[in-house]
Design a protein around this ligand. Structure first.
Ligand SMILES: [Zn+2]
Ligand SMILES: [Zn+2]
Length: 162
């Protein structure tokens, strides 16, 4: 099935932040990593990747939390809605949260990332492929370069003393 290029809109819960973007690829993914669990206060995040230049902030803009030394997460400073995940210095790609779209059903999930942290009692296996955080060499390389070679990716609150 050919995918349509659509202009989609979304924003936070209170309406202070609104965005619009052109979407050609409707693929989205679940991330079950501990950092996403903390960031969403939920058991996973759902994201889709877009080139940052395709995103237009039509009202307001995100505030940012630096969830590690290599990434920041955009959210609404008024209501807290999670909006983005971005690697620092990455110009090619950022992720937006599926749930912040006005029509989240336009996207479709294609896989589970961060599978090492899937919380099984709350997870219904849908047969989509799973990948573990440590399987992403690019990510692990970036993480270790920033946090130290022995460091394991995870939320700041999980690494006491660092
Ligand atoms: Zn808001
Ligand atoms: Zn994650």
């Amino acid at each position: 099935m050919a995918e349509e290029t659509l202009t989609l809109r979304g924003g936070c819960q209170c309406g202070a932040v609104r965005y619009a973007l052109r979407v050609e690829n409707h693929d989205a993914y679940y991330c079950h990593c501990r950092m996403c669990q903390k960031a969403f206060g939920n058991l996973f995040g759902a994201f889709f990747a877009v080139p940052p230049r395709d995103v237009e902030w039509e009202r307001g803009g995100p505030a940012y939390f630096h969830s590690s030394k290599i990434a920041r997460r955009g959210f609404c400073r008024e209501c807290g809605t999670p909006l983005t995940f971005e690697y620092l210095g990455a110009e090619r790609k950022m992720d937006l949260t599926v749930g912040s779209l006005d029509e989240p059903g336009r996207m479709r999930p294609v896989g589970h990332f961060g599978a090492e942290s899937i919380v099984e009692p709350f997870f219904t296996d849908d047969g989509l492929p799973r990948s573990r955080t440590e399987d992403s060499e690019e990510f692990v390389e970036q993480w270790r370069a920033a946090h130290g070679t022995g460091s394991v990716p995870g939320p700041l609150s999980d690494s006491p003393g660092s």
